[in-house]
Write a protein that binds this ligand. Sequence first.
Ligand code: NAD
Length: 490
Amino acid sequence: MSLSFDPDRLPLPNGHFIGDRLIPAEDGQPRLPMHRPSDGRAYADCPVASADLVDQAVATAQAALKSSNWGGLRPRDRTAVLQRWAALIEEEAETLAKVEALSSTRPVGQLVAGDVAVTAEQIRFFAEFADKEGGDLVPTDDGSLGMVMTEPYGVVGAITPWNFPLSMAGWKLGPALAAGNAVVLKPSEMTPFSTVLLAQLAVKAGVPAGLINIVQGDGPTTGAAITRHPGIAKVSFTGSTAAGSAIMADIARSGVKPMTLELGGKSPQIVFADADLDKAAAAIATSVLSNAGQACVAGSRLLVEAGVAEPLVERILDHMRAVRPGPTWDAGTRYSPIISERQRARIHAIVSASLTGPVECLTGGGPMDAEGYFYAPTLLAGVDQASPAVVEEIFGPVLTVQSFDSEEEAMALADHPTYGLAAGLYTRDLSRALRLTRRLQAGTVWVNRYGRSRDHILPTGGYKRSGIGKDLGREAYLANRRSKSVLIGL
Ligand code: NAD
């Protein structure tokens, strides 16, 4: 059966999800008009939860924790319920994929095999930690017994971006629930619906109603009401560095609480002359073309050893020129639209501002001739460290290229003043790869490949202003539990 679907005939779970009820927009509260990225048509309004509704969601989460004793269950029982949820996500992959594809930039064909499958895997991965990570008995003198116990926080507040809505929700919900917490989650106001379906499936799988609550809305109203709420014990955020800073400031003003921040990036990909240029070109192109470059880890700054700059760039241009735009609801689509007209205009403004002096646009450089918010794959040569396209996180299909003559020069160019999320290295020289991996200021380094894999054990997170703390990996599970030191006099 084809995954292609008619975007005008897809039912959407439009509302907040609190307890196990889908709650429509509140009277008198604003609604945000939504447009489909693939054709620009208005198709729904996103409700905006007031602070009162967020308060109701937090109270529901607290009550559900108490009545279900979720944090105090046999850990293996939590694992079993979450595994059932993962299985249901796989069973409902097509429905989830279609709802996700309608609002977002993710093509439906890539969603079923990719994002939805990954989300189920991540939930399984974290479910397995529930009975494996405990505390420690610690060395003390003979007259006492010391231990470090760990406990859930209570209600975790989660806020997610629009670029991979389902798997971002999986990053937050999986570890928080496995670790014994409840969650109040706000998805992006541009992609609100798939997260509601995910939560409905959780209840169907046996996750106690009220442990997952989804509130819709924008950052300043609903997001801020979550981060400031005294009943939210911890905040887990993925989004831009600007919003991350606003959240830190809000938390500082409204009361201290722990937070995990997964923020922006401007990641370099460094290619040495001894690299396999065909493989490097394919990996580099994929990293800026996949989701049209709307990925935090997009490797958007190519740094290439001067001797191979030309043949490498030619190969990358071949990949870029081959893309064809298509609506996200067509099963054959590979190249995504940009999420909004506003975001496309921002991409174009940065590209245009970079076209000064010796800067040359080797391909693309503007919107594509297609319905929807498509932007052509763009390659800018002749840029320097001060070019806006090198400094700014563009969040679009734009690659800059700079060349270097030595390792030292490559390292100097790779170092971004603000971001340190990821970096790519391409070389056949293992010693050089390891030496430079140590020097790169990034939370993730990929060697002779680029992009996240399905090895969920590898934590992800940034250096510098790319974030604080980690998602995925054991670290994300542990970040959802707090430790208590106990010393017993014997
Ligand atoms: P964004 O920061 O505009 O919004 C992210 C979420 O935060 C949305 O739900 C939004 O409503 C909410 N928000 C905004 N301001 C807020 C505030 N003051 N208080 C509370 N909530 C607020 O980001 P976006 O445009 O949705 O996503 C793109 C950004 O996300 C990029 O910068 C990208 O690099 C980053 N990102 C990072 C990772 C990572 O792992 N580091 C992963 C995906 C996306």
